[in-house]
Design a binder for this molecule. Structure first.
Ligand code: B16
Ligand code: MG
Length: 219
């Protein structure tokens, strides 16, 4: 029996993935590392510091900066990112998501958030979706980031449900791996060749049909 739906935020509920990309691209340009959308795909679901480490490695600059300088760079990227998301509104909720949240709620199933983003609460408030969530796992106190299962397990614990009775929804391959490791049923939103480890995949959020997800989960 399904007890909860646990959502990723960036790329599932709203397209902040693009803003993360713009902010990293800007920081990258300042330190002479050019990133493109393909590389950005490998950053989806990855924590802020780990993303910076991957960018530095990508540009062969992993040993160029002190920890202090890296902290400063991460703050700079975040300031730019926050300035980009400050203006998001309910219009930025991806198609079909609010409808799905309503159906889940009308069926008395719990709703949780398992985002790697420390800005998740602000984003949900700006989208006016925060009241749908029974529990929001706090990325700031999560020890191991995706692809480790920790943030999904934290969400299940906070909701007081068994991970085996949860559906997790993600747009990133690191996130699908995290859901699978947590023993939840994994649903991917995006391209099959990237999310092939998901138990069920749709190509866009408006194909996330409540009844179909429940049926797939039962099989
Ligand atoms: P922040 P998700 C993730 O969110 C993003 O996909 C990833 O690109 C970002 O680096 C990470 O959050 C941390 O975000 O810098 O705001 O703390 O997809 O897990 O909702
Ligand atoms: Mg995501």
């Amino acid at each position: 029996m399904i007890q909860a739906f646990i959502f990723d935020l960036d790329g599932v509920i709203t397209d902040t993935a693009h803003f993360h990309y713009l902010a990293w691209k800007e920081l990258g340009a300042k330190i002479g590392i050019e990133i493109d959308e393909d590389f950005n795909e490998t950053l989806k679901g990855i924590s802020r510091m780990e993303s910076l480490e991957r960018i530095l490695k990508f540009g062969n600059k992993e040993n160029y900066f002190t920890d202090e300088e890296k902290e400063k760079m991460a703050i700079e990227k975040n300031n730019y990112y926050v300035s980009l998301i400050e203006n998001i509104t309910p219009k930025d909720v991806l198609p079909g998501i609010e409808n799905l949240l309503n159906e889940i709620r009308n069926n008395n199933i719990k709703i949780g958030l398992a985002s790697a983003s420390k800005n998740a609460v602000m984003v949900l408030k700006n989208l006016e979706l925060i009241d749908y969530f029974d529990f929001i796992a706090d990325a700031a106190i999560c020890k191991n980031s995706k692809p480790a299962p920790d943030i999904f397990l934290m969400a299940a614990e906070g909701l007081n449900v068994n991970p085996l009775n949860c559906i997790g929804i993600e747009d990133a391959s690191a996130g699908i791996e995290a859901i699978n490791l947590s023993n939840m049923y994994s649903v991917g939103v995006g391209e099959k060749n990237i999310l092939y480890e998901a138990k069920f995949i749709v190509d866009c959020t408006d194909k996330l049909d409540f009844k179909e997800l429940v049926d797939k989960f039962k099989i």
